[in-house]
Write a protein that binds this ligand. Sequence first.
Ligand code: UDP
Length: 235
Amino acid sequence: MERRTKIYEGKAKILYETDNPDLVIQYFKDEATAFDAQKRGIIEHKGIYNNRISSVLFEYLGQHHVRTHFVGQLSEREMLVKRLAIIKIEVVVRNISAGSLSKRLGLEEGEPLKEPVLEFFYKNDALGDPLINDDHIRLLDLATPQEVRAIRKRALLVNGLLREFLDERDLILVDFKLEFGRHRGQLLLGDEITPDGCRLWDKQTLEKMDKDRFRRDLGKVEEAYQEVYRRICSP
Ligand code: UDP
């Protein structure tokens, strides 16, 4: 499968058409951004780690009957996926308080949540991805109520599966962001699952092993991605 016309270039990935209209190639870059792209940088080899990490996690979810856009890993930086009409909602699932939740509700970072908390953000750069609820989703026609119900259920199922998988690799899944899309009438999990969009803490030391190292200038950014890659992708 070869790359054809570029469809879209995002902050961390480029999407290309293929000769099959149902399939596209996601190309993973080393570029990293944070704070609405005000902070920019390169995390050496990130694209390679993220492509592999995401491929392994999508494969694992597929084995557990979660429908995703993943078709296969094509090369170090390329993943073949089903073409989606992306739903403009960022779905965040949280197990431990951190980031914007801690700020918004005044919770200490690292406080375990009684049960997983699910949040929706409107995927809109110009507005800075605001927090939205079901009524806003209906108002903006982002998804149908059935889709929202399915997304909620699917996101919590993914949380349970990923938590267990990562726990076995000594990683705590603090929170993460998912995106969904439509493909030939089916709701599929899309985008990527990587340390760019997940908070992962080492189970023993609670050390941050994700993009917060870049966001907060904690150093050893590439090393953290490499270690997550090693724990998730080693046979
Ligand atoms: N997240 C993401 N993309 C975004 C915003 C958040 O992937 O545009 C992820 C982030 O990596 C974290 C989770 O979603 O794992 C929750 O992020 P939060 O709302 O705390 O936002 P932050 O304070 O990190 O911007």
